[in-house]
Design a protein around this ligand. Sequence first.
Ligand code: FES
Ligand code: FE
Length: 470
Amino acid sequence: MATAHKSRSKNGPSNNMVNLDSGTISREIFVSPEIYAQEQEQLFARAWLFIGHESQVSKPGDFFVSSMGEESVILCRDRQGEVHVFLNSCAHRGMKVCRYDEGNTPVFSCPYHGWSYATDGKLVGVPYFKDAYQEKLDKSKWGLPEVAQICNYKGAIWATWDKHAPSFKEYMGGFLTYLDFLLDTWDGAGGEVEVFGGVEKWVIPCNWKFPAENFIGDRYHNISHRSVDMVGQGPSGSGRRDMQEREGATALDISFPERGHGTITFLRADDKVIPAYQHSKIVSEYFAHCEAERRKNYGQWARLVPGPSTVFPNMSYLPRQPRTISAWHPRSPDSHEAWRWFLIDKNAPAEVKEFLRHYYISYSGPAGLTEQDDMENWNYAHNASQGVIARRFPYNYQMGMGFDGPPLDTDGLDMPGKIRNVTTAKAAEHNQRGFYQRWSEFMNAGDWDTLATWRNGHANGTNTGNGKAL
Ligand code: FES
Ligand code: FE
């Protein structure tokens, strides 16, 4: 039986709430209002966060209202074509300047007193500027606050409020290798990828870390999806998704504990047959063509079948079918908004897009069969962890501790990250422990000099793995 946690910190997480030596994590970090409040400052105000995709703001004046932690932000392409992210809160009295989800506008006019802001966030219009302000208001100082740093990485827009944060590429380190499989075109040829359909948004009554840690490495919960496996929900009609291409492949858990990211990946033999999409000849031929091109463009890297992944802290993705991005936006200790973008190659045939649209929404999101399975677990787990008795007992993250799995032969692929061969073990929780190691560092560190552990050579992990099991 687990040992009860005797003390609760009133000032935020004490070090023993995330105890990676014992493999235990206190339930407090999921349910405590104090810790939740501290996360907003320590984590969401400092980390790089996913905002949206450039295809959502392709023309000048296009905007998409997104979220950074609890706060509403506007992703907007200005008249000159530059992309900005600024706070969706009027500089005068805080009114939400834009209450639409997305659109195109020449200006953002505040509904309260009428201050208006250009598409670059600058204050350009103030009612009674001459009479009420005697023209003394310095408009240049009262624009919408803009993020400290923004990065467009292969069409994905990221931002941070912290000017001391490292560049996005440094923040990601070697994990970019795995993110590329999501953001590149299916054939790896460098064409355009776009968001298609709307962004699904819904509230899940559980802490945001439940889905983030599930996507980073929870192979263990497959029992939850037994029904969708049985009905063959996947695009090839014979499994949940492209399970055939995983058959016989080496199962790898890849963790970046010094950065918090992680991914589930499979390494297949080069001659592995790709699945046929039995329901549609055009779809099947399209993916067969893409896969052949992918092998040419990626070489040996095409042997990787990437799976669920999380970019620390709250962006998760599935890089293959379905190909989606999700952001888990915190709203309270007990709830978050799940947002889900669907990606597709811009030049894919209309029939392929239509086929995938149906498949994606049947798989993911509030109506998706697979995601419904997951949400049942997260909701009930959170709810059953809130009571004063339940909160005395930690969760167990001991799976695979001290066991790195059998040696791994990657045939020369220099794969970044801490890589573990979990083919025989079936599952492990290295990735989850890496996520919470990083979470703990963020919650306890005062600045980025401390957080950028990889700069001073005492990182707990490596991002330049040499293909050996670590
Ligand atoms: Fe926006 Fe007053 S709150 S103009
Ligand atoms: Fe799941």
